[in-house]
Design a protein around this ligand. Sequence first.
Ligand code: NAD
Length: 491
Amino acid sequence: METLRNHIQGEWTASASTDTLPVENPATSETLAQVPIGPDTAADVNAAVAAAVTAQRAWRETPVGDRVQPLFRLKLLLEEHREDLARTITLECGKTIGEARGEMQRAIENVEVACGMPVLMQSEFIEDIARGIDEFMIRQPVGVGCCIAPFNFPGMIVFWFLPYAVACGNGFIIKPSEKVPLTMVKVFELLDQCGFPKGLINLVHGGRETVDALLEHPDIKTVSFVGSSTVARQIYAKASAHGKRVQAQGGAKNPIIVLPDADLEMAAKIVGDSVYGCAGQRCLAASNIVTVGDEKGDVRDAILAAAESKRTGFGLDDAVDMGPVISAESKARVESLIAQGIQEGAKPVLDGRGASIDGYEKGHFVRPTVLEDVPLDGDLVRTEIFGPVMSLLHLKTIDEAIDFINGGAYGNMACLFTSSGAHARAFRYRAQAGNIGINIGVAAPMAQFPFSGWKESFFGDLHGQGKHAVEFFTQTKVVVERWPKEWSRQF
Ligand code: NAD
């Protein structure tokens, strides 16, 4: 069984740690590889940071137009190898091949946006801010940064940060989730062919101890984290205490409100896709579906039908709509949260527990689940499940629905289905979430826009993607200049 190697200073190198964890195919429980973990990975972090610091010194003097050339090559290579990368995502993460292809598309779009860095990095200049004095602001790279990634998007999330970091002139270190490290191994095989200087971008495998070593290292200047809110909060506190810039994206409990004037057929289909896409393991997966009005009406039945229609199975099978959850532990947690919801008083109108899929009996499958009338004063309605579970709720007015959203701890996404512009505007104006969808079920910002997130879903100031990433990966320097005319020699 292969033990994964790090990629440091342009070479595949064995970890200093001999402790490993199995990387599992969640559809079969088959072990795909062993990934290094443990306190000894701190030595790997030290080697990676040293390589990046050296490479970054020359890289920051490389003109920005030259810095983006390897990104153009990367875009082409990612497109050429998209199918292989998508298959790897499905094998280690479980999502369907269609979802995995979509994930890689979003990664590529971030590379495309970062290719515009010669324009994006431009700054401000004003002549005669005072008589004979000019003032301008320049953006300079921050140094070496790191990305600590979650398991649910093994290919995409790193690209919310990496292309911007290097195009801005920084070095970068990637620590993928120990549950899904194989996709990044393939990405590094492509990065090797792009023409980046050796050591500028490094891959270090590991878990919590590896992260600690990154957060404590004095030469790491920026930390880009995506994962659960509990860990995001800790990362934010620790990295800030060590004087680093931090962007820490956390968990979610996303609501979708369906008004009686919505296109119900469209809403039901999109709600089903949002809740059950990636088996609910998306930070933008809808979880609480709130119907509004005097009666629940037809929308409840249409949503239920959409849930029932989802086929669960192995993600490489084209006929499958939904793959497994990531691990046996995750399956047990999701099933126990379903039980908790029922205990709190919810009705299980569709119960996906105890699923067994022919030919994949060892897989970690949970079928689509719908809990109806989930109590608003219970715990489940506010708990991130991160599995294919829909809570169906009913409220009388849009104001009650918006108050319900704003009463939650998270603020990653909130969506509304309606045909009324006035309701849409009121919702956009008042809902406390960083990503808003109007007649959209997964309001994922495209690469040009920041991946926003509010409240417990985000710790920091500047998000990943687009102009926020450019600001995060540069520090501004303001220069005030006086060049008196009398100092000029006359020619
Ligand atoms: P996680 O928090 O368990 O792990 C994320 C990363 O942190 C991994 O690389 C892991 O090795 C590391 N880590 C875990 N525990 C740590 C600790 N105690 N100290 C230091 N590092 C630690 O998250 P996950 O289970 O991999 O991902 C799922 C979570 O990520 C969900 O909550 C989901 O909502 C969230 N997520 C958020 C976004 C977003 O943009 N807001 C996007 C994707 C996923």
